[in-house]
Design a protein around this ligand. Structure first.
Ligand code: ZN
Length: 302
């Protein structure tokens, strides 16, 4: 019975593959993160097909490519990844693939002088550029160039879509500035589990403190927790935040630690940091995810 099921599944899978090859003549793009995927589909429209490797709640620092991902990479006409070592466990695979087909590290197009160094890592930069819309625009433009190179016959179409998307990003940037200004200046402190918001803080004038470094690979120490608890009490911070792709353990320890010292700090809500919401929902888009974060941050801190 079990064997029959497996056999049927294999036949169905094979049929599926064959069908895909026959009908799918559009260039196919594989992106690692949801944020990159969102830029790809906004620019490519119906002229290409695309898929993302990492879905909601997935931590890119720790993610290892599965067999399924490898076959997706192999079938892709173009691979888009963030780079700057965000996908730390996939760098070797992506480098190897780069010798066989177009592979673009979109975030590496941000000018060096706009990158922040990664504290605790020698000669490395912070990869979380998507939380400053202006830095992210460079990645979007790099994706646009790569799509045009792949399918130059539709250049005008991609250029028009890029223009519209960048305009939407510019409105998002103004919106974020306006919303942040609702938080009293002395309350503009964002405490999170890991350091994904350095560019966000730099761009929008909010101090950022995190328990873990820029990669979730390193563990946080007890000293970090004590420092953050002092900071929260000193500044009378009302809320701190958890992230959808990082364990809540460290943040809960801070809440408990504050309580023991007589200061009540609440969890302000979930922030999307390194992964977006479910595809097909508002939070499953780059702009929707960003707005959701802003809503959560402003409501908890103002
Ligand atoms: Zn991260």
């Amino acid at each position: 019975m079990r064997l029959t099921l497996i056999a049927v599944t294999i036949v169905l899978l094979l049929l599926g593959c064959q069908q895909q090859k026959k009908t799918n003549e559009k260039p196919h793009v594989v992106a690692t993160t949801g944020m990159l995927y969102d830029a790809v589909i906004n620019i490519a429209g119906d002229k290409m097909t695309a898929e993302a490797i990492m879905g909601p709640g997935v931590d890119p620092h720790l993610y290892k490519a599965t067999q399924g991902d490898l076959s997706k990479f192999n079938k892709a006409d173009l691979i888009v990844y963030n780079g700057i070592l965000l996908e730390g466990k996939m760098s070797d695979i992506l480098k190897k693939l780069g010798r066989q087909k177009p592979v673009v590290a979109a975030a590496e197009s941000v000018p060096r002088e706009m990158l922040k160094s990664a504290i605790g890592y020698q000669d490395a930069y912070d990869p979380h550029i998507w939380f400053d819309v202006r830095r992210w625009r460079y990645a979007v433009k790099a994706i646009s160039h790569a799509l045009i190179k792949l399918d130059s016959a539709n250049q005008e179409f991609y250029e028009a879509n890029t223009k519209t998307y960048v305009q939407r990003l510019d409105s998002l940037d103004s919106y974020v500035r306006k919303r942040i200004s609702e938080i009293p200046e002395n309350q503009r402190i964002l405490v999170t589990a890991h350091d994904a918001f350095v560019y966000f803080g730099d761009a929008y004038g909010i101090r950022v403190e995190a328990l873990q470094g820029i990669s979730t690979v390193a563990d946080f120490g007890l000293k970090d927790i004590a420092d953050i608890i002092d900071l929260i009490i000193e500044n009378d911070i009302k809320a701190i935040f958890v992230e959808t792709s990082v364990s809540e353990k460290s943040i809960n320890a801070v809440v408990t630690g504050c309580k023991e010292k007589g200061h009540i700090v609440k969890i302000g809500g979930y922030l999307y940091s390194d992964a977006m919401g479910e595809f097909g929902t508002e939070e499953g888009t780059y702009i929707g995810m960003f707005k959701s974060n802003i809503e959560t941050i402003v409501n908890a801190l103002k």
